[in-house]
Design a protein around this ligand. Structure first.
Ligand SMILES: Nc1ncnc2c1ncn2[C@@H]1O[C@H](COP(=O)(O)OP(=O)(O)O)[C@@H](O)[C@H]1O
Ligand SMILES: [Mg+2]
Length: 288
């Protein structure tokens, strides 16, 4: 069965489906068309944790924005449980790399922000915020302001805030890219525990192949120019109980990292080659 057929066969039971989705932009400087995404097909199952890797500019963020309902695709469609995505919804929570926490609000009020907007009663909100503060390991810091927290702690606040309104689906765009390596490993292990416990369906973008394999049930490798699905790789070890300790000692995980690295490395070289062709074409055009 080809990757496309496998996606189609599993689409009926899926939480998120993407069918024949394409998107392009007009580059404001050159006026030329940038094909960000080309004929993307995906089916993401309930409770599945999908990680997406690919070279810079291959359309990862564009795809996430379409799933979030921030952007309408120019061709094809994305659906949640069969309903067309046309706008943001409570069923989908987004965590971006850029911190979306409010500097003038305490940890408690940042985590409870979404619930306040939804006019959730104060006592219900307080209970929920307390639970989440525990879940992300921030107990004792409820009254701190973001500037009093480390980078890792701020990112925990952002995660807890997204979890607070209990969306079924979590969309994450390189959320740990800006934290240091040690903290990142801790946050990754916490995210495994949190998503296993809360049974979320997750679409997680990263440019780190190790992170993609460590976190995912399945890794989608995207190819660039135009962005398309190159391969879908099943991670051989169940997510439950995964730690960096087990990850480093499991040869099947190392083999999986190698496999995905091979896919992405090929893509990186192809991107560089097409860039140098494009540059050569531009230079030639200038000369003539
Ligand atoms: N608003 C926009 N206007 C013009 N071009 C854009 C816009 N957003 C993204 N692009 C282009 O589309 C391509 C895919 O971008 P993006 O989805 O951000 O890639 P990634 O997240 O994989 O790095 C890139 O070439 C980028 O320059
Ligand atoms: Mg991006």
């Amino acid at each position: 069965m080809t990757a496309g057929n496998a996606e189609a066969a599993s689409a009926a039971s899926a939480t998120l489906t993407v069918n024949g989705l394409s998107h392009w932009f007009i580059d404001p400087q050159s006026g030329s068309t940038v094909h960000a995404l080309d004929d993307i097909n995906l089916a993401i199952q309930p409770g599945e944790f999908i990680t997406v890797v690919g070279p810079s500019g291959c359309g990862k963020t564009t795809l996430l924005k379409i799933l979030a309902g921030f952007l309408k695709p120019l061709a094809g469609e994305a659906r949640v449980h069969g309903s067309l995505i046309t706008k943001p919804g409570r069923d989908r929570g987004v965590v971006f790399q850029e911190l979306a926490i409010l500097p003038w609000r305490t940890v408690r009020r940042n985590i409870g922000h979404g619930l306040e907007i939804q006019k959730v009663p104060k006592d219900v909100r307080a209970k929920k915020v307390a639970e989440l503060t525990d879940l992300v390991g921030l107990r004792g810091f409820e009254d701190h302001y973001p500037h009093q927290l480390s980078g890792g702690m701020k990112q925990r606040v952002a995660v807890a805030r997204t979890w607070a309104s209990d969306p079924e689906i979590i969309l994450m765009d390189e959320p740990f890219a800006a934290v240091d390596a040690m903290t990142r490993q801790t946050l990754q292990e916490e995210l495994i525990r949190l998503t296993v416990e809360t049974k979320k369906t997750v679409f997680f973008i990263t440019h780190s192949v190790e992170e993609a394999v460590f976190l995912g049930d399945r890794v989608i490798a995207l190819a660039a120019r135009p962005g398309r699905v190159k391969a879908s790789v099943q991670v051989p070890v169940p997510r439950e109980g995964r730690t960096w300790e087990t990850m480093t000692h499991d040869p099947s995980m190392a083999a999986c990292v190698e496999e995905v690295l091979g896919l992405v490395r090929g893509e990186h070289e192809a991107t560089l080659a097409s860039e140098s062709h494009a540059n050569a074409d531009a230079e030639q055009a200038q000369e003539t």
